[in-house]
Design a protein around this ligand. Structure first.
Ligand code: NAP
Length: 312
């Protein structure tokens, strides 16, 4: 166990690194528990980010996150590549236990743990996970070069995945469960204009089929006509939204009915004094890199106000 710090930041996406930059510049030497396997958060698995202000020609997701990390370290943030397993957040000293066995204490904690991929929960999804079923086209798309693939979802992520895969796969079939997309107009227009992508509206995946080699097809159903068919596919990319990563908190801070951390008004204050939340884990609505970065900044300022009040 090391000395009690001023602040621990759990998570290393845009919210975590932005908080670390501000707190580092304030001289508070933040400790960032960055994650063992996925430091940098979801943008590390993204291709080009076109809508982060300041990069008129776009920037690759991994490069953007590396820049944020370097900027945080430049101002004295200390990074550990570990996952938080559990935490005791009540009381004046907060304790954070990591899977690697280390324990850290601090007077304040900022939770910026983001979210993970929602699953379809259909037969075959778990069985063929890593053998044709994927949640990340930029990570796994390469394996499906020249092969037919199915993408499930009607939001920006699914359309981004479909367009990315269209450059690699033989064909892309996009399954959208309603008669409407959830994605932004620019992404819908781009997708509909792509000759490699076939869009099936009102269509759900009922089952993912395969053999010893992996996925072979997807059984789909049209919810308007109840018509069923089997689509040949070697890969199935599931992009149906996110689930906030807040289970490790064990119910110590107030969550909403979907598991997002509840914060007080426009602040990042949670139901526990000295515990703050920023980014997607506390944002059921906007979920953008830039809005996460914005709340990371707020969390850093909220931490400083809280510490000042303790001193007063
Ligand atoms: P999302 O916007 O919540 O969309 C999820 C999609 O999956 C919706 O079309 C939803 O259908 C569908 N869906 C949910 N459960 C399903 C199921 N069991 N079976 C079939 N379809 C299902 O999630 P997202 O696309 O991951 O995006 C999350 C946030 O990140 C959004 O705010 C998005 O704008 C943002 N984002 C932005 C960019 C960008 O700006 N370049 C890129 C990626 C993501 P319904 O519509 O019927 O609910």
């Amino acid at each position: 166990m090391s000395e009690t710090r001023e602040v621990i930041i759990i998570g290393s996406g845009p919210a975590g690194y932005t908080a670390a930059i501000y707190l580092g510049r304030a001289g508070l030497k933040p400790l960032v528990v960055a994650g063992a396997l996925t430091p940098g958060g979801q943008l590390v698995n993204t291709t080009e980010v076109e809508n982060f202000p300041g990069f008129p020609d776009g920037i690759m997701g991994p490069e953007l996150m590396e820049n944020m990390q370097r900027q945080a370290e430049r101002f004295g943030a200390e990074l550990v590549y570990d996952d938080v397993e559990s935490a005791e957040l009540d009381g004046e000293t907060k304790t954070v236990h990591c899977s690697g066995g280390d324990t850290y204490t601090a007077r304040t904690v900022i939770v910026t743990t983001g979210s993970y991929y929602r699953h379809l929960d259909v037969p075959g999804e778990e069985e063929f996970g890593g053998h044709g079923v994927s949640y990340c086209a930029t990570c796994d798309g390469f394996f499906f070069r020249g092969k037919p693939v199915v993408v499930v979802g009607g939001g920006d992520s699914a359309l981004e995945e479909a367009n990315f895969l269209a450059n690699l796969a033989e064909s892309v079939t996009l399954l959208v469960r309603r008669d409407e997309f959830r994605a932004s107009k620019i992404m819908v227009d781009r997708t509909l204009a792509n000759p490699k992508i076939t869009v099936l509206m009102n269509t759900v995946a009922d089952r993912i089929n395969g053999d010893k080699q992996g996925v072979t097809s997807v059984s789909v159903r049209n919810t308007a006509t109840d018509g069923e068919e089997k689509l040949e596919a070697k890969g199935v990319f599931v992009a149906v939204g996110q689930v906030p990563q807040t289970a490790f908190l064990g119910g110590q801070v107030a969550l909403d009915e979907r598991g997002y951390i509840q914060v007080e008004g426009a602040s990042t204050r949670t139901s526990l004094p000295g515990v703050f939340a920023a980014g997607d884990c506390a944002d059921p609505v906007y979920q953008q890199a830039i809005s996460a970065a914005g709340t990371g900044c707020r969390a850093a300022l909220d931490v400083q106000m809280y510490l000042d009040e303790l001193e007063a």
